[in-house]
Design a protein around this ligand. Structure first.
Ligand code: HSE
Length: 462
């Protein structure tokens, strides 16, 4: 058999993921060439410093500081972009595509912001851009959507797609830690970044949802229109009440298809303990996808870290080296440069069940006031939970409620405030927001209310 053509790979950015990818391409070189029947090999690693690469034992003869070098090498057919961010990364990807090199990236922010532009550029230059590692780390969820599930109309997708948040929430649920304690624990164990904002704000999950939903629905998603809430204001009290009601809190990225459009959101949400996503703990990720003919499928694994993410990157590399991805990229019409913008439901029209916690004075007639406001906004109550007073009005008030707390104390020093937890039947977000704005204005209400989506199992159509 003829010796396969050399297929050189340049890795740009040798941090945690770049380093692990370089190691994997080196340690598995012979096996990867044998199983793929290609001449795939690591040609070089481009970065500005190589301390990390050296510490991993990567062959120093491969170190380059200028990306022009691999782009001048005709054996280099593919560039793996792993620098992160959206500015330098975009320049690197654009340079490589313009020079006729395939690009593999793990960069969700880059794709969520500039996917359509980069896909179009790849197409104009007769090359491809692939991105399995951008969502769910090592989990092959992107392939599942564009290959394995292609026969399906995807009706819904629920994802736990941020390992940092899932680790923090698991610590809050299982060990009763506060958000700050759980974040500290995650940072000490190296799971959370020193600046965890991108993860805990929910933005990283929104980037991933934009990518997953674009493939699931074959429509272009506008990142800026995804409602996003992070986990950084979540209180242990709500975590505990949720447990009592049979729910566990997760940062869920949710996409659903409805008759009037697609709903999208990223939020801390309650999900029933009987849903398999409830049991996805620590740094693990999982995505539930509901197809009209396959029903519920779920994809689970490590969503971050060098070795798991390098698994997805090298899968992309091999798919291009054997020529398979080129066909998919050319033939399918689901890519962001080829699709129409999604018809997205305004946030007001998103339907869900809701958990509401209102903090009110503990005296007769208060619940009737709450029920009246909810009824006026056509919100039907499913359950009510109230514990013995746990929060006296003299206790430190929430920042933005302090004025109200003081005023109330002048009126009556004996009044205590209690949390009342109400779960609702299905209603829309607009009704809930309007009702809570009114409830927060009641004089008996001593703190701003808390509202958490309850995500029900999506009904299968099979
Ligand atoms: N920081 C992400 C996480 C991984 O914690 O899951 C990269 O998207």
């Amino acid at each position: 058999m003829a010796k396969p053509e050399p297929f050189g790979i340049a890795i740009v950015g040798c941090g945690t993921v770049g380093g692990a990818t370089a190691r994997l391409l080196q340690s598995e070189a012979a096996r990867l060439r044998e199983v793929s029947g290609t001449g795939v090999y690591l040609a070089c690693v481009v970065d500005v410093a190589f301390d990390h690469a050296r510490s991993l034992g990567i062959d120093e003869s491969l170190f380059r500081t200028d990306m022009a070098e691999p782009l001048a090498d005709p054996e280099v057919k593919l560039v793996v972009e792993l620098v992160g961010g959206t500015t330098v990364a975009k320049e690197i990807a654009a340079k490589a595509l313009s020079a006729g090199r395939h690009v593999v990236t793990a960069n969700k922010a880059l794709l969520a912001h500039h996917g359509a532009e980069l896909f179009a550029l790849a197409r104009r230059n007769g090359v491809t851009i692939s991105f399995e590692a951008s969502c769910g780390g090592g989990i092959p969820i992107i392939r599942a959507l564009y290959e394995g599930l292609l026969a399906n109309r995807i009706d819904a997708l629920y994802g736990i797609v941020n390992g940092t948040c899932n680790y923090i929430l698991t610590a809050m649920v299982q060990s009763g830690r506060t958000y700050a304690e759980a974040l500290g624990q995650a940072q000490r164990s190296g799971l959370a970044e020193a600046d965890p904002a991108l993860d805990v704000s929910g933005l990283d999950s929104a980037h991933k949802l934009a990518i997953l939903a674009s493939l699931a629905f074959g429509r272009r998603i506008d990142l800026d229109r995804i409602p996003v809430e992070g986990i950084d204001t979540l209180e242990t009290l709500d975590v505990a009440f949720g447990r009592e009601l049979g729910y566990v809190v997760k940062l869920l990225a949710v996409a659903g298809r409805g008759p009037d459009g697609v709903s999208l959101r990223v939020r801390p949400s309650f999900i029933g303990l009987d849903h398999p996503l409830a049991w996805v703990s620590g740094p693990f990720n999982a995505v539930s996808v509901y197809g009209h003919t396959v029903g519920h499928t779920m994809y689970y694994g490590r969503g971050a870290g060098g070795p798991p993410t390098s698994s997805a990157i090298v899968a992309d590399v091999i798919a291009v080296a054997v020529g398979a991805y080129q066909h998919t990229f050319r033939s399918l019409t689901i890519w962001p440069d080829l699709t129409e913008p999604v018809r997205q439901l305004p946030m007001e029209q998103i339907e869900s069940r809701y958990y509401l916690r209102v903090t009110v004075e503990d005296k007769p007639g208060v619940f009737a006031q709450l029920a009246t406001v909810l009824g006026n906004h056509r919100i039907s109550i499913s359950s009510v939970l109230q514990r013995e007073p746990s929060e006296h009005i003299d206790a430190p008030a929430a920042d933005d409620a302090s004025d109200r707390a003081t005023k109330t104390r002048e009126d009556s020093s004996q009044v205590t405030a209690v949390p009342v937890v109400i779960t609702t039947h299905r209603t829309n977000e607009g009704n809930v927001r309007r009702a809570l704005a009114e409830i927060d204005e009641l004089t008996v209400c001593t703190r701003p209310s808390v509202c958490i989506n309850i995500i029900d199992e999506h009904e299968e159509t099979i």
